[in-house]
Design a protein around this ligand. Sequence first.
Ligand SMILES: C[S@@+](CC[C@H](N)C(=O)[O-])C[C@H]1O[C@@H](n2cnc3c(N)ncnc32)[C@H](O)[C@@H]1O
Length: 361
Amino acid sequence: MYKLQNKLEWGELATFIPNKRLPVYNWFYYKEGFSRNLVMNLIKMFRIKKGLVLDPFCGVGTTNLACRERGFDSIGFEISPLALFAAKVKTRDYNIVKLKETLKIFKKIKFRKSDRSWIPSNVRRYFNTHTLDDILLFKNIIEEMDDNITKDFFRLGLISSATRCSYMYKDGSVVKRRKHPVPPFRKFYHHRMKRMIKDLEKLETKKCETFITRGDARKLKLANETIDFVITSPPYLNKIEYTKIYNIEEFLFFKPPKKRGVRSYIGMREGDDIVNAYFSDMTNVLSELYRVCREGAKLALVVGNGCFPTKVVESDILLSELAEKTGFKVKKIYVLNKRWCTRKRTEKVGRLRESLLVFEK
Ligand SMILES: C[S@@+](CC[C@H](N)C(=O)[O-])C[C@H]1O[C@@H](n2cnc3c(N)ncnc32)[C@H](O)[C@@H]1O
């Protein structure tokens, strides 16, 4: 039996909300993300002074960006092309003069109609026609640019501006259409790019190596015993269909991914099957982490329990047991948040915990 300790004062830090006001961290709103200050607290808790930090589920790169602020080398793997893209763009060095010059050129671009024929009506319905034309115009101009770093920077700003100037409304795991007044796209985009450039001047990072790439946490492309610290948050059992809520952005700005690699976040099966698939995936993740960690490595995992119509699955306890079976020592389980698991939105099924698991190899 594990002794659970409350650390509810860190509750909000387990969400993306505090990042919404932070330069660079807020370049792409990611509901599944955690906050910069959670990572900073963990850096303090682990007394990290040097060493290689890994986030095998790096999302939009919160762990890696915080490591850059402190000057620690870090590695991130992510399966979603959109999150991966945001993570990479947020963790690069830029030539600010070049960005400013590009923005000046952007200001002079005249409106033109774009080819919308490749966009199906179920995507078009989220945009005002004029706005969509302008988004596509900028998308094409950006695609023709020759410097990839500048290109990606303007593309990330375009993606989040397009979302903000659309009728998309993300309600939990579904995208709904809500026709409401939207900001004028050009003005909004220009303003956003200006702010992103300013952010680069505001956020101080130190010299270090950041390596972020597409990868599967169940099969890490890393050599044995190379990692000193892991700071991460895996997908939560039965929580969000990550693939669905960014479908529109992925369709407009990326080629749709060929295969859905991760059973752990795809609620593709019913009842116990989801649970089994999740824990079998996480067993692989834990043994991979064990393989790549050095002796004495410290790990922090933020996880949520699973909410089902008839039961709560205590992922924090079950993952700790699995970690122990893998060879890790379970040092602490801190409870960061307590919520209700409900059926049909109102009927209470049980208490759900969101916890921080601390392991050591
Ligand atoms: C809870 S989120 C982590 C977010 C991150 N902490 C941040 O602040 O952005 C979990 C992430 O894991 C990714 N993911 C799911 N399965 C994966 C896998 N097998 N390998 C790598 N990443 C995966 C999801 O796309 C999602 O971005």
